[in-house]
Structure formats: structure tokens, C-alpha cells
Write a protein that binds this ligand. Structure first.
Ligand code: GLU
Length: 418
């Protein structure tokens, strides 16, 4: 992984690449390259041993022209102001490419959750929710899960907000557990859109998904679900990895059994059906039909991109390729389905959750999955239409052209407010 590349600069360079094809003034583009505001806050909790500890946390509200700010909250030692700003920008263009009426935001706490007890994490989460309270709300800013957060944290945030506000407002946050107002299909949604987008890309490229070989880097919620669903579609998952290392079997393995192994031991490493131990970089450079990077940003830099040997990449993670890696892969004719479309299933089903919360009427999983399918297929078609119309070399640029135009139109239609 390259630590050199600042993800906020990557976001801005992706916007610049698209700007050349847009009917949008430079002054508007400049506005769309920066967040509207960023909260930086210090949270202090009492550890189980009685000592106090301070943490830095952020919430970036990038753009609200199309609706309430929307995006996850991550807990990770590498969280930084620029990372959160970048991720909030990616959310803005993600909600725009899938055309749901939401803006973009993102938050994070600089913390390694493995080092803390559940009681400490609850205090930390509730303390962040208290700081966020004036900024969030179902019509203002709607957080969600991201790296190392899930239903548990979302339930705590909802409860803290509702307690302080003396109300019930489940739509203040998404990714909740079902009994706390969550949606069917939300947990699987990111992995599901990653494979729907891959299926559409294979179809577009006239490639057969049946029997296609797949490598998955990162075996968290997005990665392992993508592995399971692509296996169900008839592809063969031959490799997977997590932060401890990777596994490989040329004939394919059962992604569910690999996940069970990870649940028991903490890692996919040591899985009985693996023929060879691989590193993360080995998994990213295997000769496969489809590569799914599903871990963190900057997983593939320009050097590693030279060694990538996949035909199609579907980005389950946010920002897994550096702009320099993108350029190398473009030269090698690798079809990259950009993160803002490939992993947009998460925020799309968050949108469904928010709609259900507001209506207090809940859908069956079948309806959630059908509506998700329609949205991802429509977004892929819009990408391809722009990709062909401008004769673009990179599908990412096509996605940004579509998405930026939608945000810029909403901004210009509203007029300016000094
Ligand atoms: N954290 C997810 C993402 O990066 C989901 C965001 C959401 O559901 O609001 O897209």
C-alpha cells in the first residue's frame, strides 16, 4: 500500500480529469472540489482502568446540493482530516451517479477498535454522537457504517440522538439492526452492487462470468459478501486475503467456508482448502478475470498496477487505486468499474432504509434487492453511454462526468446564496 498518496488529492485529480468533458464553469468545478465544512472534535472517555483518553474525530459535509449529507463513519488508526474529506467527496459523486436524492459526507475517529473493550467503544461512540447531534438529522446529515463500524455503533448513535432530542427519528442514521429500524438487505448491499456491476461489465465486454476466476482483496463485510454472491453467479473464487495474508486454490474454494474459518480464527490464513499462502500484493497481481479490491484506499499504486493481471476490476473499497495506478491500468486496457458505482449498493440500500424509516413502512428483502438491481444497472448504463459518447479511455472519468454534471445542475438551479 502506498502511504505517499493523499486521497484528497486523488479525489481532486479525478474531478479534474472529468472537468474537460463537462459543460460546467471552472468556478463551479472549484467549489465542487472542496467540502462545505469539516468538524474536528476531541472526544475523551474514561478507560476501564479509570484513566482518561483523548481521541480526534472528524465529520466532513462535502456537498448538500442534492439532499442531506450522507456517508459512513469509520474507526481506524489511519483516519485523517484529508482522508475524511476525500471520502465525503466520493460519497457526493456516489449518490449522484446512482441518482438518489442525497449529498455526500463522511466521518471517522482515529482509533484502533481492537484495543478497546465494548464498554469503552460505546462511550466513544456516544461521545461522538453528542458532538454530531447539532449537525445530523434525517433532513440534515445521515451517517452510516464504514470500516470497523456496523449495526452496534449505528444503534448507539441513534439512541444517543433520540434520547437527547426526546424524539424517535430512526432516519437520523442508517445501517441499523433490523429491530432498531434497519432495512433488509443492507448488510449485503455493498457486496451485492460490486457483483451486479461486475456482471454488467462482463456482459458489456462480451465476457463470460460463468467459470471466470476471481480474486478478492479484503474479507470484511464488502469483500466476503461479494465473494459469496459472485460464486453463486457461477464464477470461481480462487483467492482472498485480509490484513494477515491471503489464500489460493486454482480450482476455487467455498467463500462461505473461508468466512467461517475467518470467524473462528480471525483470518482467512490457514483455511484448509488453500493450496498456497499468498500476500495481499500476490492476491492483487494474480492472473484472474476479475479482481475485487475490498480493503482500504491506495491498495494499488503505479508500481503494483504494472503487475496487475486482471481483465476487470470492481472496486468494493473506496479509492483502492491511486490516480497513477489508474493511468497504468488504462494503458493495459483493464476495465475498472469505479468505486462510486461498484460499491454504491451500501448507500443505495441506506437510502431505502431512510425512506422506510420516514414512512414507518418496511419492505421485504426481495423488494430491496430488486430496486437495488434497477438502480445499479441504470447507473452502469449511464456510465457506458457517456464512456462511448466521449470515447473515453477510463470508465471512472465517465462516472465522474455523469455525477459532477448532476451536482453542478442542482447547484446552478438553486442559484447562489452569499
Ligand atoms: N460507508 C458506505 C460507503 O462508503 C455506506 C455509506 C452510507 O450508507 O451512507 O458508501
Amino acid at each position: 500500500m502506498s502511504d505517499e498518496v493523499n486521497p484528497f488529492e486523488s479525489l481532486q485529480s479525478q474531478i479534474d480529469d472529468a472537468a474537460a468533458y463537462l459543460d460546467v464553469g471552472d468556478d463551479v468545478i472549484e467549489r465542487l472540489k472542496h467540502p462545505e465544512r469539516v468538524l474536528e472534535t476531541n472526544l475523551t472517555i474514561e478507560r476501564d482502568d479509570g484513566d482518561l483518553e483523548r481521541f480526534t474525530a472528524f465529520r466532513s459535509q462535502f456537498n448538500g446540493d442534492r439532499g442531506p449529507y450522507k456517508g459512513g463513519i469509520r474507526y481506524h488508526p489511519q483516519v485523517s482530516r484529508d482522508e475524511v474529506k476525500a471520502l465525503s467527496g466520493w460519497m457526493t459523486y456516489k449518490t449522484a451517479i446512482v441518482d438518489i436524492p442525497l449529498g455526500g459526507g463522511k466521518g471517522g475517529i482515529v482509533v484502533d477498535p481492537d484495543d478497546y473493550s465494548e464498554a469503552e467503544l460505546e462511550q466513544l461512540t456516544r461521545s461522538f454522537a453528542k458532538e454530531l447531534r447539532p449537525l445530523i438529522g434525517e433532513d440534515r446529515d445521515v451517517p452510516a457504517p464504514d470500516v470497523n463500524t456496523g449495526q452496534r455503533e449505528m444503534n448507539w448513535i441513534k439512541d444517543t440522538y433520540e434520547t437527547i432530542e426526546n424524539t424517535t427519528e430512526p432516519g437520523v442514521i442508517t445501517g441499523k439492526a433490523l429491530d432498531s429500524g434497519g432495512s433488509e438487505g443492507r448488510v449485503e448491499a455493498t457486496g451485492r452492487s460490486t457483483v451486479i456491476a461486475a456482471r454488467e461489465a462482463f456482459d458489456y465486454l462480451d465476457k463470460d462470468l460463468e467459470g471466470a476466476t476471481v480474486a478478492v482483496q479484503g474479507y470484511g463485510n464488502a469483500g466476503w459478501i461479494a465473494a459469496k454472491l459472485i460464486d453463486e453467479m457461477g464464477a470461481t473464487v480462487v483467492a482472498a486475503s485480509d490484513s494477515s495474508g491471503g489464500i489460493y486454490n486454482a480450482d476455487g474454494f467455498d467463500p462461505v467456508a473461508a468466512k467461517e474459518h475467518k470467524n473462528e480464527t480471525g483470518s482467512v490464513v490457514g483455511f484448509e482448502d488453500s493450496e498456497a499462502a499468498l500476500t495481499n500484493d500476490d492476491v492483487l497481481t494474480l492472473d484472474v478475470d476479475l479482481l475485487i479490491p475490498a480493503a482500504l484506499e491506495n491498495a494499488i499504486d503505479a508500481d503494483l498496477a504494472e503487475a496487475v493481471d486482471a481483465d476487470v476490476i470492481s472496486e468494493a473499497a473506496n479509492g483502492p487505486l491511486t490516480p497513477a495506478a489508474d493511468e497504468v491500468l488504462e494503458g493495459k486496457d483493464v476495465f475498472v468499474i469505479p468505486d462510486i458505482l461498484a460499491n454504491a449498493g451500501g448507500v443505495t440500500v441506506s437510502y431505502f432504509e431512510w425512506v422506510q424509516n420516514r414512512q414507518r413502512f418496511y419492505w421485504a428483502e426481495e423488494r430491496v434487492n430488486e430496486e437495488l438491481e434497477t438502480i445499479i444497472v441504470d447507473a452502469f448504463d449511464a456510465l457506458v453511454e457517456t464512456y462511448e459518447r466521449h470515447d473515453l479511455e477510463n470508465p471512472r472519468t465517465a462516472a465522474y462526468v455523469v455525477a459532477i454534471q448532476r451536482v453542478a445542475d442542482a447547484f446552478e438551479e438553486a442559484g447562489s446564496w452569499p
